[in-house]
Design a protein around this ligand. Sequence first.
Ligand SMILES: [Zn+2]
Length: 259
Amino acid sequence: MKHLFEKAFCCVICASFIAVLICLLGCNNEIGYITKSHYVDKEQETDDTPKKEQEHSKKKEKNLTKKCRKLYKSNQELLVLVNKDNPLQEDYDASLMYICNGRLQASSKLYNHLVEMLADASEDGFQYWIASAYRDRQKQQSLIDEDVRKLMNSGMPYESALAEVYKETMPAGCSEHETGLALDILCSGNTNMDSSQESEPGNKWLKENCYKYGFILRYPSDKSNITGVNYEPWHFRYVGKKAAAFIMKNNLTLEEFFF
Ligand SMILES: [Zn+2]
């Protein structure tokens, strides 16, 4: 009897030992699976990859900034940044000359390049109408006042009207047109200063070729959150050939160039 009892006791101990062993192996596998495979893989997917991307883009930005600095040093005169946060100095010398048979004024620094660009475009069959070039501070203010008045006449309150106008027209002292280096170039078959310019073949020609003559598309469609100005397919800014090629090739705005 005692012998039988000892046997049974031994069996219970053995069974418990095997059960514990199976349980431990099972848990161990589960832990191994979670830590070595599932968890680590997830960690790599969510943390390591963005880290690598961040480092890559930081390196890219660093190189970009170095190149921008180099370009700026050799070309400060033309790379003047003018926007809502960077008003133009009141004593800025725009070096003006008359263009378009005396109808407009622009900086003499861009004249030859503009003539060359329009001649080459003409050879490809495109003609243009330059709607605006240099504007002084008073003229800029009178344009703003006029646009605000129009919106107020249609029932908009003053504050909202002014905010709406500032989406497309810079405050006086903050417009690139005051440098004499900015031009509003419209296609001769369509002189509406609106988004319809974008689909004109002549406008496409300008966007593709302007950098060769030192001009950039100043307010691109996908950068209005950076420039603070709505897309203006007609507004081109002279910055010089090297800077223009760099800016257009890297899809930058002047704001990002000075980042
Ligand atoms: Zn303009």
